[in-house]
Design a protein around this ligand. Structure first.
Ligand code: ADP
Ligand code: MG
Length: 322
């Protein structure tokens, strides 16, 4: 009986040990499994974060591409517009050259006939009428010349130019004109500015156009100045023609360089600025306009001191201007 009891206790002990072992093994396995599971979850979380980052980057790339595409489309439309403008101007220039030739020949005939008639006329009223006709014909001829210059500027005749002298001579020519009565005209170009290598005729025509525009826009008592300076890091100079005139309205400003654009109904040809732009560009320069309504206008020209061009060059000694 006692023996049986002892054997039962042993069995119970063994069972308890076995159970404890099973529990321990199970707990150990669970812990290992739990650790693995945590590591796996962490890996998935990292992966998810990486995927999110990749998704954000891909989204950014899509937005960037969309923006680039929109910009490209905008530039394409702008470029097509410019191309259409150039084609229109080129066609216009061809037409203008043909028309100028067709009109100019008979016009010269009419002019010489009118001059003969003027010489023969004795009656003052008749003379005044003929003089009016001559003035009209000369105006047409001048406009035609402007048109031809715009459509087909002559080859560049480069020479060494003192800008101060060129401005002084151009101003001297204008000073007596009624359009400048009671308006101050000032040459602020430094006399020690480096010489320019440019086409004196074209440059003085540009100055004349700009000064006339300034004079037409400036009321009595106003001021018109020409100033210039050498740019710091490039071999170019900047010329500024400024006035204290009526200014240019913002909606007019983008059109002022277009050929035939004028706000002077019946009085302007609308060719002054477009011809000036053609001349300045043929010197590899730039011309731009800034204006404040009722305060004044400044035209800025940037000209390389030596334009890189294969055009004709006058002999070295020709330093004289205008
Ligand atoms: P035009 O003088 O025959 O009208 P331009 O090509 O010289 O032709 O000038 C075009 C237009 O630009 C002018 O009609 C005028 O409206 C404007 N403009 C040019 N220069 C000035 C200026 N200094 N002040 C005000 N408006 C100006
Ligand atoms: Mg003009």
């Amino acid at each position: 009986m006692i023996l049986l009891g002892l054997a039962g206790i042993d069995l119970l002990n063994s069972m308890a040990v076995a159970l404890a072992t099973v529990l321990l093994v199970t707990w150990l396995l669970q812990r290992r499994y739990a650790r693995q599971l945590t590591a796996e979850v962490r890996r998935f979380q990292d992966l998810a974060k990486q995927r999110e980052r990749e998704r954000d980057l891909a989204q950014e790339e899509v937005f960037r591409r969309l923006y680039e595409e929109r910009e490209l489309n905008r530039e394409k439309t702008q470029f097509e517009g410019q191309l259409a403008d150039y084609e229109k101007f080129a066609a216009l220039a061809r037409l203008a050259l043909g028309a100028a030739h067709e009109i100019n020949n008979p016009l010269l005939g009419i002019l010489s006939h009118l001059e003969l008639e003027l010489r023969a006329a004795s009656d003052s009223e008749q003379r005044a009428e003929i003089e009016q006709c001559i003035a009209g014909a000369k105006r047409i001829s001048g406009t035609l010349r402007g048109l031809v210059n715009y459509a087909r500027p002559g080859p560049l005749m480069l020479s060494k130019i003192s800008l101060y002298r060129l401005v002084a001579d151009t101003m001297g020519f204008l000073e007596g004109q009624p359009i400048l009565r009671d308006k101050r005209l000032e040459n602020l170009v430094p006399t020690d500015l480096p010489f320019l290598r440019a086409d004196a005729n074209q440059l003085s025509q540009v100055l004349m156009n700009l000064l006339l525009n300034a004079a037409e826009a400036t009321p009595e008592g106003g001021r018109i100045t020409v100033s210039a300076s050498k740019l710091t890091f490039v071999d170019s100079i900047e010329i500024q023609v400024s006035d204290t005139g009526i200014g240019i309205p913002p909606d007019v400003l983008p059109h002022v360089f277009e050929p035939f654009f004028t706000t002077k109904r019946g009085k302007g040809t609308g060719l002054g600025l477009s011809i000036s732009q053609t001349y300045i560009r043929s010197h590899n320069g730039e011309i731009r306009v800034a204006s404040a309504l009722n305060h004044g206008t400044t035209i800025t020209i940037t000209l390389p001191l030596r334009p890189l061009t294969s055009e004709q060059e006058e002999p070295e000694q020709s330093e004289v201007v205008v």
